[in-house]
Design a protein around this ligand. Structure first.
Ligand SMILES: Nc1ncnc2c1ncn2[C@@H]1O[C@H](COP(=O)(O)OP(=O)(O)OP(=O)(O)O)[C@@H](O)[C@H]1O
Ligand SMILES: [Mg+2]
Length: 285
């Protein structure tokens, strides 16, 4: 049978060398091909640790006690080199400063491709197409210090996408961006998924930005997965919702209205759908 999942955690636990306790505790998780998954949970619950375990920074850069297995596109993370994983999964950090370091954005994208041994002609094509896809051709010859945070974030994304990973991992990609730029960035990511077909895992605190486009919402608390389902299911029916995940205003409104017997036909997570619903039905107090 053809494998549906592209990322799989099997009884996975991890403790950093310097820590006394396990940060991730017996994680069992499957993420399917082409899914867009949001990972949420309180500060320090282990979200970034989980992402590092997918791209191999754990255990290859951060040592510690490692139990179980993580499998990424049929590679067992513990058994392969981090460079082999880099071909499968690209990672955009919270702070793009850590990611772009060449003299120009173009050079930066090329640098990643050179590391993968890509030929010159293909490199040129890839750089041009990725800059145009993200609509940042005008940034090509600029130096990283000449860019705004939003532009840096897009440049970092361009560098990763040029390597054509099957999996894109984003750790709080919008935290340095203003609300409008954050929405633009998330829309670009969603468009890419439609155009290229990619599995995307995003750690995002602003759930309202992503619930409308995500297939799954995973909630991690104290190193354990407490929810893993369609965002609508999680936001409206879960008894385990924790305030720290920043429940979107629309979901709170939906829950409260539903409690007061407002008769919704559908579960609603976006402002757009709420407006549609309100227009469709006259609200009786
Ligand atoms: N390299 C490390 N060595 C030792 N402990 C670490 C290391 N990185 C993280 N930790 C610890 O592991 C726990 C989980 O950290 P992690 O960064 O995964 O949390 P997080 O959910 O991403 O939090 P945030 O929302 O603040 O980014 C924290 O207690 C943190 O102090
Ligand atoms: Mg983190």
């Amino acid at each position: 049978m053809k494998e549906k999942s592209i990322i799989k955690f099997e009884n996975f636990s991890f403790r950093y060398d310097s820590a006394n306790e396990f940060i991730l505790k017996n994680i069992n998780l499957e993420i399917n091909k082409n899914e867009l998954v949001i990972l949420a949970g309180p500060t320090g619950c282990g979200k970034s640790t989980l992402l590092r375990s997918i791209i191999g920074l754990i255990p290859h850069m951060h040592g510690g006690e490692y139990k179980g297995r993580v499998i990424v596109d049929q590679l067992v993370v513990n058994d392969v080199k981090i460079t082999d994983l880099a071909k499968k999964a690209g990672f955009v950090f919270q702070n793009p400063e850590n990611q772009i370091f060449m003299f120009s954005i173009e050079r930066d994208i090329v640098f990643g491709l050179e590391n993968l041994g890509t030929s010159r002609t293909i490199m040129k094509e890839r750089v041009d197409s990725i800059l145009s896809l993200l609509k940042i051709e005008h940034l090509a010859t600029k130096a990283p210090h000449e860019l705004s945070d939003g532009e840096k974030q897009k440049a970092a994304l361009a560098g990763i996408l040029a390597m054509q990973p099957k999996i894109l991992i984003l750790d709080e990609p919008t935290s340095l961006l203003d609300p409008k730029t954050a929405i633009d960035f998330i829309n670009i990511v969603n468009d890419l998924r439609k155009k290229i077909g990619m599995t995307i895992v995003i750690v995002e605190h602003r759930l309202d930005l992503v619930v409308g486009i995500a297939d799954k919402l995973i909630i991690l608390s104290n190193g354990k997965i407490i929810e893993n389902n369609n965002p609508k299911q999680v936001l409206h029916y879960s008894n385990q919702l924790i305030p720290e995940i920043g429940i979107p205003v629309i979901s709170r409104l939906y829950r409260n209205l539903a409690k007061s017997n407002y008769d919704f036909d559908n579960v609603i997570v976006t402002v757009k759908d709420m407006v549609k619903e309100m227009r469709r039905k006259k609200f009786n107090d």
